[in-house]
Design a protein around this ligand. Structure first.
Ligand code: NAP
Length: 316
């Protein structure tokens, strides 16, 4: 049998994964291109993928596992030829978790203490100290309480911020000490109206596409900030620009966009109320992530449950 390693990634990154995987799983046979012959296709046991081209996982009769090396599988799930009956697992990587917490802390701290405004003031040689609100008086709402959202909420609560955390299903408060757990659509308008900073860490699904539209943005507290670290398609960019122009949203920190890389002519690049990041909030580090891939391959072969399986019905 063989293992297929495929993705839309630079060769150097693919080679780093291959080296680490070969070191951890000596003696395996690896394929780095979709098989062309039927005999080769029949040999593929598992596919380790980073958003491969659509169609590249079709026609593999003995495929038993699709392991994504990225956390979000929304793009993978748009492939209509993705084999429906093969288990799909996603990546939860300690290095990525750590980086996401750092990005969220930086964004919240910068918004709370006015550091983005101070950067703009420096360009104008303006000496104007901003107000200094206390963390305890600064309410942060984290949307999504999964692997990343849960960690971000706990880290911000540990820094003294007033934390609300929202998810689809109730989250046990034991998991989130110091955090006000909320769930369901009904409570969302009030939660948005109270938050000084809203952080989006929801997965992209049919239910969350276009989540931040004119209606939801209008529910946000006037002058609050939006931090989108999840997926660009969850924000209606024209609606957000209108809310920013009006000052209703005072600043947006955006790591993800409808079109990436963000086109040079996009208004976000030069908008004084927008901080643009090039989809770098949290990246998988192959050195730690390889352990997840190896553990899932061994679990598959031993008939044990997989780590971080994706529920295709829910879309995450
Ligand atoms: P996850 O573990 O799957 O957690 C998803 C969370 O969202 C869960 O708490 C879930 O609630 C909640 N949720 C899903 N649909 C919802 C809905 N319709 N209404 C309310 N809550 C809903 O995801 P994750 O690993 O934390 O990833 C979060 C996001 O980060 C994803 O969009 C991922 O693509 C993105 N990401 C971005 C970067 C970057 O660099 N920018 C890096 C990695 C990941 P239940 O548990 O109650 O269902």
């Amino acid at each position: 049998m063989s293992l297929l390693l495929l993705g839309g990634w630079p060769e150097a990154e693919r080679d780093q994964w291959l080296d680490l995987l070969q070191a951890a799983l000596p003696g395996e046979s690896w394929l780095l291109q979709p098989p062309t012959a039927a005999t080769q296709a029949a040999e593929v046991e598992a596919a380790i993928v980073a958003n491969p081209a659509h169609g590249s996982l079709a026609g593999l009769p003995n495929l038993r596992l699709i392991q994504s090396v990225w956390a979000g599988v929304d793009k993978l799930l748009t492939d209509p030829t993705l084999p429906a009956d093969v288990p799909l697992a996603r990546m939860v990587d300690p290095a990525m978790n750590e980086a996401m917490v750092q990005t969220a802390l930086w964004a919240v701290l910068s918004l709370q203490r006015g550091f983005f405004t101070l950067q703009a003031q420096q360009r104008e040689r303006l000496w104007r100290p901003p107000a200094q609100p206390r963390a305890a008086d600064w309410r942060v709402l984290v949307l999504g309480q999964g692997e990343l959202g849960g960690r971000v909420a706990r880290a911000l609560a540990a820094q003294g911020y007033a934390l609300s955390a929202w998810s689809r299903r109730p989250v046990s408060t034991e998991r989130l000490p110091g955090v006000h757990g909320l769930h369901g659509e009904a409570v969302l308008p009030a939660a948005l109206a109270q938050a000084d900073t809203v952080i989006n860490l929801l997965p992209l699904t049919a239910a969350t596409a276009g989540f931040f539209n004119a209606g939801r943005l209008a529910q946000m507290k006037p002058g609050s900030g939006l931090v989108n670290l999840a997926r660009g398609a969850q924000v209606n960019e024209a609606d957000l620009l209108r809310a920013l122009d009006a000052g209703h949203v005072s600043h947006a920190v955006l790591d993800v966009f409808a079109v990436e890389p963000l086109p040079a002519e996009h208004r976000f690049w030069s908008h004084p109320r927008v901080t643009v990041l090039p989809h770098c909030a949290a990246q998988t580090d192959a050195r730690s992530a390889v352990a997840v891939v190896v553990a899932n391959l061994l679990a598959l072969r031993a008939g044990r449950p997989l780590q971080y399986p994706v529920d295709r019905q829910r879309g995450y």
